[in-house]
Design a protein around this ligand. Structure first.
Ligand SMILES: Nc1ncc2cc(-c3cccc4ccccc34)c(N3CC[C@@H](N)C3)nc2n1
Ligand SMILES: [Ca+2]
Length: 448
């Protein structure tokens, strides 16, 4: 096991990784920008290095600054967290070429799976159902029409460099194809520096189901069950849960095994998430996230497995010491992202001072955060300041416990989405688990 790990991130995920290190007897190194010099992750670490000004491009995204800090600290490994450089194959390759171990999949695996059309072809070869469409880039509007010929409208034109809702164009009829195709390529070039697009049958109201994977460097691949991320607003996940209320046990088993096959075929190691769309009892591969995710927590709560500790052990060459049959889903868990945003102002980012920060407690409550009362919350980075994870024996108990926890949660001095979460818990569709990925957008912005 490593003796010292540098966490190339900030906020709650940096503290999360450092907690795993603490439990493994590993010393921790924080990196921070000028804006974060009093940050929670700096307070928590054994040592900390300034890597630049507030602007992420000049600090948390600066390859050389991060590697330089690892050298100064004489760290053994670098854990990227999520966001920032976590899925940057170029940086992963740079780290692989240094004396530091990269805590994540290989740069090659990231590249194999990062290219959406390559990933789709690879999954198809592994008998993983993919959303019907092309596994090669679309060269012309004719390719779009060909998919519509086979599967009907609407179809989706997706940018190879897109993801997370960016670079997705829905085409409802043939007369829209030419313009939408040209626009998709132009925007792909402009936003992702990649004009390549591909085509899929557009599923009208899918659930967004993702499977947590752990794979060691000795050929063991396990899935840790699924998460349901269907409650989203403009492609931002709001509440995630495990297990999904929408899957039968049979579908659960099929999706988990498909995810394992796909990851094995990709020669993938460490933690990863295989994303699927589920509609009418069918599931379709969408993409792989080659990083630890914000919502990994709900999987940990229902399996009892510490995914981040396993990332560190696998990176240190250890074997997964449990079989697939040992993985049991017990109970139910929901994660509420606590964002500094004003729900009444279209969720605009909010800044201010945490005059009061009094999170809930009690049975089944987990808080993953890096803030404390009195902290300044600026607008330099993403708006999530904490995660409230609520676990219980079943979904009903989680809903009741979440209502209690959100009622206890007291934040003054800063607008947050807590009132929105309280409202969601009174929503009929959400309470019965029948919401789809479109539900929120249709409820909150019906005219969109
Ligand atoms: N062929 C096909 N059909 C339906 C889809 C539905 C989504 C989707 C997934 C999750 C939330 C959404 C919210 C509004 C609109 C779409 C979604 C989707 N996403 C959204 C972000 C990225 N992960 C891919 N791709 C889709 N692709
Ligand atoms: Ca994704």
């Amino acid at each position: 096991m490593f003796s010292k790990v540098l966490v190339a991130n900030r906020g709650e995920i940096a503290v999360r990784v450092m907690r795993a290190c603490e439990e493994l007897g590993v010393r921790t190194v924080a990196v921070y920008s000028e804006a974060d010099k009093h940050g929670g992750h700096v307070r928590y670490a054994d040592e900390a290095y300034n890597i630049g000004p507030a602007r992420a491009a000049d600090s948390y995204l600066d390859h050389e600054s991060v590697i330089e800090a690892a050298r100064k600290a004489d760290a053994d490994a670098i854990h990227p967290g999520y966001g920032f450089l976590a899925e940057n194959a170029e940086f992963a390759r740079k780290v692989e070429d240094t004396e530091f171990k990269w805590v994540g999949p290989s740069a090659d695996a990231m590249e194999r799976l990062g290219e959406k059309t390559k990933a789709r072809a690879l999954m198809q070869d592994a008998d993983v159902p993919v959303v019907p469409g092309t596994t090669e880039p679309a060269e012309s509007a004719e390719d779009v029409k060909a998919v519509a010929e086979d599967y009907g409208y609407p179809v989706a034109i997706k940018a190879e460099g897109g993801g997370g809702g960016r670079g997705l164009k829905v085409v409802h009829s043939e007369d829209e194809v030419d313009d939408q195709f040209e626009t998709a390529k132009r925007e792909g070039e402009a936003y992702f520096d990649n004009a390549s697009v591909y085509v899929e049958k557009y599923l009208e109201s899918p659930r967004h189901i993702e499977v947590q994977i752990l794979a060691d460097e000795h050929g063991n691949v396990r899935h840790l069950g699924e998460r349901d991320c269907s409650l989203q607003r403009r492609h931002q996940k709001v509440i995630e849960e495990a297990p999904s209320p929408a899957l039968s046990d049979d579908l659960r088993e099929q999706i988990g095994e498909a995810a394992r096959r796909g990851v094995r075929a990709a020669d993938y190691h460490n933690a990863g998430t295989v994303e699927f769309l589920v509609e009418d009892g069918e599931f379709y591969f969408m993409e792989v996230n080659t990083r630890i995710q914000v919502e990994h927590t709900v999987t940990e709560e229902v399996t009892g497995l510490d995914v981040v500790k396993w990332q560190l052990r696998v990176a240190a060459g250890e074997e997964l010491d449990f079989s697939q049959d040992d993985v049991e889903i017990d109970g139910h868990s929901m994660e509420f992202r606590i964002n500094a945003e004003a729900p009444e102002k279209e969720f605009a980012p909010a800044t201010g001072t945490l005059a009061t920060y009094d999170p809930p407690g009690g049975i089944g409550i987990r808080m993953d955060d890096a803030v404390r009362q009195g902290d300044e919350i600026g607008g330099d980075y993403d708006s999530m300041i904490a995660k409230l994870i609520v676990t219980g024996s079943d979904r009903e108990e989680v809903l009741a416990r979440a209502e209690r926890a959100l009622a206890e949660f007291d934040i003054e001095g800063l607008r947050t989405v807590i009132p929105f979460h309280r409202l969601m818990l009174t929503d009929e569709a959400f309470r019965e688990g029948s919401h789809t990925t479109k539900y929120l957008d249709e409820v909150l912005d019906p005219e969109r």
